[in-house]
Design a protein around this ligand. Structure first.
Ligand code: URA
Length: 433
């Protein structure tokens, strides 16, 4: 605090309020001073709201991202004998793709250093899912991370406190000041962590549709373009796919339930949409890493190579890949209320129901239930009969069933009149740097 400060926070806030560009020096200072506690939460809140309302140009976004990266450590993997590549999804209901994808890409010759987060709200977090495997540990030191990456080709673990600490503070503040939705802030938040993580290539899966936090495809494309530009400028080979999140991915939403489904995919089975997206992303990742693998990802799911990588990766982090997964104590069925074709399933409503059953958390630090969640027995395009079970709801706390069932009200559209299914295509756009 003894440092002489270069600017007054009020002047920086006023500049953005009045739609001026922030200078590089102002951005470097305000991010650093906020991280040091010199700029107060109420001042940063006002600046974030001004950014949300008035935007930032690409120079400002790039500098803001660099300032967040420079607030902490930068990892590097030059000791590895393989190129690194990672993927990041902006999150969706039933989106367990990272689980089969990381070991699959490792089996095809790349190294995948994946720093993941825990879920907040209606979308689950990769670490919460993996923590349902008995013994599995999310926290690794940098040396342990390198060892797992070298031995298994993939590591999925929690980002340490030293990685982009400015983002940790800013994200918590955005969460309580209605400023999460600003594209410059989302793009810089995601990309500061991915660039600091030290990956050489990155594939972004930007979700859009009712179950995604960027529900409008045009906004999702803008976010994708912004992130691709940031990665490319930082020397990371970056591309983005904009993909559908109108309907849940696969047939499960919930931690242990999603691990079970991922293991089915690694065993060569699993739902078609999960397999398709996993294989598409794996091919993109290998191409971005410059790996011309003789083993195609679709083949590596069938011949056991991806499963071998998964088992090694889980064991290396203390997990038992053969242990039974937790199962919730109670379950009930949610039935179709008419005969006809299922033409819609609202991903957001399914996500909220899974969250209310205990699969997600409402506050940071809250415990999640490993066994809670939803199994889906029919997807849009299928014929259903009145009284047929469409969802099985799982929880340890039966009092949660009422609120979860309430969330599912209106989640299904069943038509007996030949109405067309309105679905987004799985891959909506592809944006390359
Ligand atoms: N995920 C992040 O890491 N940051 C955001 O701002 C939004 C999603």
């Amino acid at each position: 605090m003894s440092k002489t400060e270069n600017f007054a926070a009020v002047e920086v806030i006023a500049a953005k309020r009045d739609r001026h560009e922030l200078s590089n020096e102002q951005i470097d200072w305000v991010v650093d001073a906020y991280t040091r506690g010199v700029v107060a939460d109420e001042q940063m809140s006002a600046l974030l709201m001004a950014i949300l309302l008035n935007g930032m140009n690409s120079r400002e976004i790039s500098r803001w991202t660099d300032a967040m990266i420079n607030s902490g450590e930068r990892m590097e993997w030059s000791a590895l004998d393989r190129p690194t590549v990672d993927k990041h999804s902006t999150g969706g209901v039933g989106d367990k793709i990272t689980l089969p994808l990381a070991p699959l890409v490792a089996a095809c010759g790349a190294a995948v250093p994946q720093l993941s987060g825990r879920g907040l709200g209606h979308t689950g977090g990769t670490l919460d899912k993996l923590e349902s495997i008995p013994g599995w540990r999310a926290s690794l030191s940098n040396a342990e991370m390198l060892a797992v990456l070298q031995d298994c080709g993939a590591v999925i673990c929690a980002a340490g406190a030293g990685l982009a600490p400015a983002d940790k503070k800013l994200y918590a503040l955005r969460d309580v000041t209605a400023t999460v939705e600003a594209i410059p802030l989302i793009a810089s938040s995601i990309m500061s962590k991915k660039i600091a993580e030290g990956t050489s290539a990155l594939v972004l899966d930007v979700k859009t549709g009712v179950g995604a936090f960027m529900s409008q495809p045009e906004r999702a494309k803008e976010l994708a373009r912004t992130m691709v530009e940031l990665g490319t400028r930082a020397g990371v080979k970056t591309l983005a796919l904009v993909t559908a999140m109108d309907v849940p991915l696969g047939l499960t939403a919930g931690n242990a339930l999603e691990v079970r489904e991922s293991v089915e995919v690694l065993a060569g089975g699993g739902p078609a949409d999960i397999v398709e997206l996993t294989v598409i992303l794996a091919r993109e990742m290998l191409a971005a890493a410059g790996i011309n693998s003789k083993l195609d990802p679709a083949e590596a799911l069938k011949n056991g190579a991806a499963m071998d990588s998964w088992r090694r990766m889980i064991k290396a982090q203390g997990g038992d890949p053969d242990a039974a997964l937790p199962v919730a104590k109670e379950k009930i069925e949610f039935l179709a209320d008419s005969d006809g074709e299922l033409i819609g399933m609202d991903a957001m409503k399914v996500g909220i129901a899974a969250w209310r059953l205990g699969a997600g958390r409402s506050r940071q630090g809250e415990q999640v239930q490993a066994g809670a969640g939803i199994e889906i027995h029919a997807k849009p395009g299928e014929q259903v009969k009145k009284g047929q079970s469409i969802f099985t709801l799982h929880t340890d706390v039966p009092e949660r069933f009422a609120r979860a069932t309430e969330a599912l009200s209106g989640a299904l559209r069943i038509s007996s009149t030949g109405e067309k299914i309105e679905r987004l295509p799985l891959i909506i756009d592809r944006i390359e740097g």
